[in-house]
Write a protein that binds this ligand. Structure first.
Ligand code: ANZ
Ligand code: ZN
Length: 820
């Protein structure tokens, strides 16, 4: 009955578009280029509601750029290495590639049906040897620059996935993927030296301030965790009479005179090395307990403090005071130097510890608050120094810190320093389905890089039971693969059997998109110069730290290698909200999942896309239970019907059309363009809806369907709708007598003269004398005009001390006030 056949329309236009290939950039410099990037999917199953949302939002931007006349790069690919495929392969006794590439095909088909304006010719998969060849190449380049190295150290270990995890992949002490409690293991692992870039990763965020979500910037800053302070050297008197220097990191060197004990991380090597023989037993048993705790537990402020006295003494470098040295869990081994000077009066953790073990408290800053020595409430504010020798008399923190650093540096017992929370990026994994590390271990030559002309080091064809986690990489057991001759000496050697974290693959894929078939390097530097940095990146806030930090790091290294001339990969970032249902995240256990395929079958692609875009601001969550895809479909049918009612011919002169409808049309187009640029897509949709209503009214009870303004309005609806509902828009465009594709016809030119709001001058008289002239709309209401007159300062002045007797309003021309 509606006449609009959703399924047939989808079928029809997909075929046409595939032939037209309208979203392949010309890439010849004839138009200004813009790169619209969206976070590439992981190929687990088919697309879901979350993909549908992010892609609908992302595509509004890409399609708007096409309509603006830009040459747009909007590529798609797959982040196709990773654990879930490997786990599935073990269950099915297959190679992970089978599951992976089947899912990729399913998702690609769904993306095509969903009509995202991708350039399909640039499709890439990170698990293709053509791709990972260059991941390996980059690894070797990083290594040449000293930015990839191997070290033996305690690492996070997931006992369930049987692999190490980066710090970033440990969430509240649990594995980010499977939720198992993470333990520590001593292993030799590969790292990227991201810490060399800590300061630049911070500094380069400044220009992103207005174009990245402040939340993401704050999370990155916090993760990098820059602290200014000092290293202070204490001499430790060991029980055998020897001494050794221990350096602490402090952000408050100015409180040095208040240090009443020292604390060393119980699990730091140092503690084990300095503990007095008579304290060793107590220390060892305490250390066993500490090993079981997570960092989160250890830093919690609300749990009772624990620790052991190590039985040795530290000497304060400025006053020679001898203070006891303790081991405790609240000091972390891998932050700062793993040792602190405890200043209980001005640090609550130290104060709690002092109280627990009866250690002295000495105030050295008088902040005007009650004395912490009595209250056991540490004070951390500014104030006058007391009990602090040369600092006494100084009245503020900054000056105090500067002065004590001067003193320490003069005496050679300390230096001002900056400390970062950021750790190097642990990149090796003991799993199969990842990019092999292109290194050979030779007994004679040690670590040897695989020569560039032998890349890629391809994965051997393993399947099922060969892949079962064994604590060492399954690749180590692939004898034929792992045993090679050394590229340097020709002797017997073994390949490195670890694979890379998949975040390595995703740290540079956006460069590859610029020249995906390039064979002389990871990317063609000229293509990257043409397209990058990406003008817009759209994706989930769950990548606020890991992926975005790593990608920024890679970009800086590529810059330093001289391959690119910019330092930040993504000029603007947008984080979409989450699609939830009945107020909660969708999950199998809650039974509230919504199937995207079923939704599309029921309402059509356009109605789902429109619902996603119209739901609210892009960054807000969408509760599907509150959505009305049926309502969206009804609206699309209304819009579609307009295209059948228009009777003015193609090419009719719009300037002869009905002026009031023309004004609505031009104002809508003008505003819609602005609304897209400011990410207010939902408001833009609301405006299109208003234009549809105005056009319907004009047809039914206004200028009628033959008026050129009706054609103009309906064409504008089709063009604007092409950003959100591509099938409906294309169908309308055809019914209006045009050739496909509406997606590339360009935004209608806005006639500025039609945007001017008319106004008339209203005169305000008091006692017959003109006191003010107001510019008002011709259809201003009497009450509004009266209020505007009364608010005018000149009118108020004229009325001072008088009583208003009568107000005569003749909108829009006159307000006459009688007073006395
Ligand atoms: C003395 C002091 C006095 C401190 C005072 C604070 C206040 P952020 O800002 O996080 O860098 N600290 C240093 N290394 C530590 C470790 N490995 N584990 C736990 N705590 C550690 O904090 C730096 C401050 O945290 C340092 O400054 C040190 O305590 C502590 F009134 O030194 B402070
Ligand atoms: Zn060798």
């Amino acid at each position: 009955p509606t006449g609009y056949d959703v399924d047939a329309t989808q079928e029809k236009w997909r075929t046409v578009w595939e032939k037209l290939d309208p979203f392949k950039p010309a890439d010849d410099g004839s138009r200004e280029r813009r790169y619209a990037l969206t976070m590439f999917p992981y190929p687990s199953g088919d697309l879901h509601m979350g993909h549908a949302e992010v892609m609908a939002l992302h595509d509004v931007i890409a399609r708007a750029w096409w309509q603006h006349g830009y040459d747009v790069l909007n590529p798609i690919g797959w982040d196709s290495f990773g654990l879930p495929a490997e786990n599935a392969a073990i269950k099915r006794d297959e190679n992970p590639a089978v599951f992976t590439y089947a899912n990729i095909e399913t998702q690609a088909e769904s993306f095509k049906r969903y009509a995202i304006s991708f350039d399909w010719s640039r499709r890439l998969h990170t698990s293709d040897p053509d791709y990972y060849r260059w991941t390996q190449w980059l690894f070797l380049k990083f290594r040449e620059r000293g930015l990839a190295y191997r070290k033996f150290s305690p690492v996070n270990w997931c006992p369930n996935d049987q692999t190490v995890l980066a710090n970033e992949q440990v969430v509240n002490g649990a594995c980010e993927r499977c939720g198992a409690a993470v333990t520590k293991r001593e292993l030799s692992q590969w790292y990227f030296k991201i810490t060399d870039y800590a300061q630049r990763l911070l500094d380069d965020m400044v220009p992103l301030e207005d174009s990245w979500p402040s939340k993401v910037l704050a999370m990155q800053r916090n993760w990098i965790g820059r602290s200014e302070g000092a290293h202070v050297d204490f001499e430790i008197e060991l029980s055998d009479g020897a001494t050794r220097t221990v350096t602490v990191f402090t952000t408050r060197p100015d409180t040095l005179y208040g240090a009443t004990f020292m604390v060393v991380a119980a699990d730091a090597k140092l503690a084990d090395e300095i503990v007095a023989p008579e304290r060793r037993e107590a220390f060892t048993s305490y250390l066993e307990d500490v090993r079981k705790e997570t960092d989160i537990d250890r830093l919690a402020t609300d749990r009772p403090k624990t620790g052991v006295d190590l039985g040795v003494t530290a000497v304060n470098p400025v006053n020679g005071e001898r203070i006891p040295v303790w081991a405790a869990d609240y000091v972390l081994a891998d932050y700062g130097t793993g040792a602190i000077m405890a200043v209980p009066a001005h640090d609550q953790r130290d104060l709690d510890f002092a109280k627990q073990f009866g250690l002295p408290v000495r105030r050295v800053v008088d902040t005007g608050e009650p004395n912490p020595e009595e209250t056991y409430e540490a004070t951390s504010g500014d104030g006058a120094y007391v009990n602090s020798g040369p600092l006494d008399g100084i009245a503020d923190k900054a000056a105090g810190i500067a002065r004590i650093i001067e003193i320490l540096e003069e005496r050679g017992t300390g230096t001002g320093t900056v400390n970062f929370r950021l750790r190097d990026w642990l990149l090796s994994r003991q799993r199969y389905w990842g990019c092999p590390i292109p290194i050979v271990h030779c007994e004679q030559c040690g670590e040897v890089a695989v020569p560039e002309d032998q890349l890629p080091v391809e994965l051997p064809d393993l399947r099922g039971s060969d892949l079962k986690p064994k604590g060492v990489s399954p690749l180590a057991a692939a004898e034929d693969w792992v045993n090679v001759s050394c590229p340097q000496c020709g002797g017997a050697a073994k390949r490195d059997s670890d694979t890379m974290d998949t975040f390595v693959d995703s740290s540079w894929y956006f460069f590859r998109y610029c020249s995906p078939q390039y064979t002389d390097g990871p990317f063609d530097v000229e293509a990257v110069r043409d397209w990058m940095p990406a003008a817009q990146y759209v994706g989930g806030v769950e990548h606020a730290i890991l992926h975005l930090l790593y990608s920024r790091f890679f970009t800086k290294v590529l810059h330093d290698m001289g391959m690119i001339d910019f330092v930040e990969p993504f000029t603007a970032l947008m984080n979409q909200g989450e699609v939830i249902n009945e107020g909660r995240g969708m999950s199998k256990s809650l039974g509230n999942g919504v199937d995207l395929g079923e939704m599309i079958d029921a309402y059509g692609v356009d109605a789902i896309r429109l619902t996603m875009v119209f739901a609210g601001p892009p960054e807000a969550d969408i509760d599907w239970a509150d959505m009305s895809p049926g309502g969206s479909l009804k609206f699309l049918q209304r819009a579609w019907r307009l295209s059948g009612d228009v009777t003015a011919p193609v090419g009719a002169s719009f300037t002869e059309g009905d002026e009031s409808l023309r004004k609505v049309t031009h104002k809508t187009v003008h505003d819609a363009i602005h609304l897209v640029e400011t990410y207010r897509f939902n408001v833009m949709v609301a405006r299109i809806m208003e234009l549809v209503n105005a056009t319907r009214k004009a047809i039914d009870s206004g200028c009628g369907p033959a008026d050129p303004a009706v054609r103009e309005a309906t064409e504008a609806v089709a063009i604007l709708l092409s950003l959100v509902a591509p099938y409906t828009a294309e169908e309308m465009w055809e019914r209006l007598g045009h050739e496909p594709t509406v997606a590339r016809v360009g935004f209608p030119a806005v006639d500025e003269s039609l945007l001017v709001e008319e106004s008339v001058t209203a005169v305000v008289q008091v006692q017959g004398k003109v006191r003010a002239r107001l510019e008002v709309s011709p259809d201003v209401a009497d009450a509004d005009l009266e209020a505007a007159a009364m608010a005018d300062p000149a009118v108020q002045k004229a009325l001072e001390g008088k009583t208003i007797r009568k107000v005569i309003v003749r909108a829009p021309k006159l307000v006459n006030i009688v007073a006395g």
